[in-house]
Design a binder for this molecule. Structure first.
Ligand SMILES: [Ca+2]
Length: 189
C-alpha cells in the first residue's frame, strides 16, 4: 500500500516542480516594495525596471530584448527600450495593479516612440481581490513609426466594483519601441 502512495507523492512533486520552472522561465519580474508603478522606469534591479513583468523571459528568449536606455529619454534619466523579432510568442510586458477608487476620475497617460513594431496597450480593470477582470479595453493600437515621442492620454472614470487597474503592452513585428512616463494619477475633483 505504501509504495503507490509514495509514487503519487513523487509524481505530484515532479509536476509541481515542472509548473514552477515553467512559470519562472515564462516571464521575468524584479519586485520592489516601495517603487510603485515605476512608470518612468527609473528604479532598476540588475538592468531591468522593477515592478514590470516581461514575457517571454528576455534572459531565456533571444527574440525579445529589454534595456534601460539613457539616450532616448522623455522623463527622468532613463526610458525602457524593447527590441523584438518574430518568435513563438508575442512579447510584451505588464504593469503592477494600481489601486483606484470608484466614483473618482484618473488621468492615465503613457508615451512611446516606435521604430518598426506594432504596438497594443490593453487596460484592465479588476475588483479588489485582483482576480476578476471587470472591464478590458485596447487603448493603443498602432503600427505607425515615429521619430518623435507619442503620448496617449485618457480620463479613466472608475465605477462599480472596480478597484484596480493594470496595463499590458504587446509588441509585434521586428523593431524597437521606447516607453516612458506611464502614469495613473487621480484628477483632483
Ligand atoms: Ca523615465
Amino acid at each position: 500500500m505504501k509504495r503507490p502512495r509514495l509514487l503519487q507523492v513523487v509524481v505530484l512533486f515532479a509536476g509541481a516542480s515542472l509548473f514552477l520552472s515553467a512559470c519562472q522561465s515564462g516571464e521575468l519580474i524584479k519586485r520592489h516594495s516601495t517603487a510603485g508603478l515605476n512608470g518612468g522606469f527609473e528604479t532598476t534591479d540588475g538592468g531591468y525596471p522593477v515592478n514590470w513583468a516581461f514575457f517571454p523571459n528576455p534572459e531565456v528568449d533571444n527574440t525579445f530584448q529589454v534595456v534601460v536606455d539613457s539616450v532616448e529619454v522623455l522623463e527622468g534619466n532613463v526610458s525602457l527600450r524593447v527590441s523584438t523579432m518574430p518568435g513563438k510568442k508575442l512579447p510584451g510586458f505588464r504593469s503592477i495593479r494600481v489601486e483606484v477608487q470608484p466614483g473618482r476620475d484618473y488621468r492615465l497617460s503613457l508615451s512611446f516612440k516606435n521604430d518598426g513594431c506594432s504596438l497594443q496597450v490593453r487596460r484592465t480593470m479588476q475588483n479588489s481581490f485582483g482576480i476578476t477582470n471587470l472591464r478590458q479595453d485596447t487603448i493603443v493600437d498602432t503600427s505607425a513609426s515615429s521619430i518623435h515621442w507619442e503620448t496617449f492620454e485618457e480620463t479613466l472614470s472608475v465605477s462599480g466594483e472596480e478597484a484596480k487597474v493594470f496595463l499590458v503592452f504587446l509588441i509585434g513585428g521586428s523593431g524597437t519601441v521606447w516607453f516612458d512616463d506611464v502614469k495613473v494619477e487621480e484628477i483632483a475633483g
